[in-house]
Design a binder for this molecule. Sequence first.
Ligand code: AP5
Length: 193
Amino acid sequence: MFNLVLFGPPGSGKGTQSEKLIEKYGLIHLSTGDLLRKEMKAGTPLGNEAKSLIEKGQLVPDEVVVGMISSALDANPEAKGFLFDGFPRTIAQAEALDKLLTLKKTAIHAVLFLMVNEEELINRLVGRAKTSGRLDDADPEIQRKRQEVYKNETLPVAGYYQNQDKVSRVEGEGTIDEIFDRICSHINPLLEA
Ligand code: AP5
């Protein structure tokens, strides 16, 4: 198994690059944001609980997202590997993921950290707001809140993986293909090793 975390602030291009990476490397894409939006659309109790937090730019409780990831791992026993996008977002989630993967006799092999400056992030999310229909894109105040939550709660996760020597920083500005090539140049040597 080969498992990757695509890490970075809201708007850094995690979803965009994930689509290309899963195709190239045959990984299963696990985006907690996508999973939560699916629950919201279906109007499940979990979706309704998540909606009130997401529309304020806040994180959904750790146990909720860890439960979703645990189910998704169990549902894909034959996977070649997983690409985690938007997860883990807290140290508690990172620790829980390590435990889940250890039970499956595997681990995170690399964390690709997309580096994008804040002005560019806001510009991208303002652009996406016109078409995405996402509740958390619509309001500049919520976008600012999401960046603040990222800095306070999610950025420490990079340190967690840095301590495991798994983080590769990738310049996240430029064309989508340029960034994809940069990410692949970090992944390919790991697969050849
Ligand atoms: P989630 O869906 O994970 O959103 P996010 O992390 O805020 O990330 P985004 O989807 O906004 O951005 P992205 O990095 O994927 O960039 P994208 O490729 O779309 O989470 C949403 C919410 O759910 C959270 O706020 C939280 O409430 C909850 N949640 C989710 N996971 C959770 C967890 N683990 N724990 C607790 N709560 C959780 O690109 C952005 C835009 O830029 C697009 O328009 C794209 O077309 C454009 N773009 C991409 N690349 C480029 C480029 N190179 N140049 C120019 N434009 C580009």
